[in-house]
Write a new protein. Structure first.
Length: 239
């Protein structure tokens, strides 16, 4: 990898490329060329692929090429530790718009979108947000339940590890809508990489004025604190 950097190539770690049984696998991006995956390779063969002289089969990245991706659109494409790369692909544009249109309009937009909870009740998110926003007598807290203790489930881990700024931006918009100034990430204790990347993302967002006392100069405040679980699922009131 050091040799590739000297030749002007940029290298990054990647999430699963769907070729675990045929490793090592490398995700290759070239200008004016489709994204592709080189599998069952070695350093010499990989360098050949950069000049298109490799005889190895190149296949499309599993999640690439679909115009319908939303939550996974940045996975494997951007550096999850880079706020700059996140913003280069539209990150934080939604927060800027949310600050412009105001709390009530945020809730109206979410209601019109038809967004629902992913639990069995499929409760409309807009209705829930409106009910919280109208309750003015209590201090509001926003909780992101990232324990994900269902057997064999790791969708949340993928998002936290590979697109942490999206979660932070989403929580910030939700907090503006319901009037919460304190947020909590409750994260599964067995997810050390996700925890590390979320902590780094929170720190970078704070330093950039996207989180904290005065979000983007708006006078609005929202802080996020991360707490790790210890094997027990968060339960009780709805979140």
């Amino acid at each position: 990898m050091d040799g590739l950097k000297k030749e002007g190539y940029e290298t990054k770690s990647s999430p699963c490329l769907g070729q675990c049984e045929r490793g090592s696998a490398v995700f290759v991006q070239r200008v004016a060329s489709d994204d592709s995956v080189l599998f069952d390779t070695d350093p010499k063969e990989f360098q050949k692929s950069l000049t298109k002289s490799s005889e190895k089969e190149l296949i499309k990245l599993p999640q690439a090429g679909s115009d319908h991706l939303r939550l996974l659109s940045r996975i494997g494409i951007v550096d999850p530790n880079s706020l700059e790369e996140y913003r280069s692909l539209g990150g934080y544009e939604a927060l800027v718009k949310a600050l412009e249109i105001g709390d009530e309009q945020i809730i109206e937009e979410v209601t019109k979108s038809g967004l629902r909870g992913r639990g069995g009740a499929a409760f409309p998110t807009g209705i829930k947000w409106k009910a919280v926003a109208e309750e003015k007598r209590r201090v509001h807290h926003l909780v992101c339940n990232a324990d994900e203790s269902e057997p064999g489930t790791f969708k949340d881990r993928i998002l936290m590890e590979n697109d942490p700024f999206a979660l932070i931006e989403s929580m910030t918009i939700a907090a503006l809508a319901v009037g919460a100034e304190k947020g909590w990430f409750y994260i599964r204790g067995e997810y050390p990489l996700a925890k590390q990347r979320l902590i780094q993302a929170i720190e970078k967002a704070e330093k950039s004025g996207l989180l904290g006392e005065d979000i983007l100069g708006s006078g609005r405040k929202f802080d996020i604190e991360l707490r790790s679980g210890a094997g027990a699922y968060i339960c009780g009131e709805e979140t």
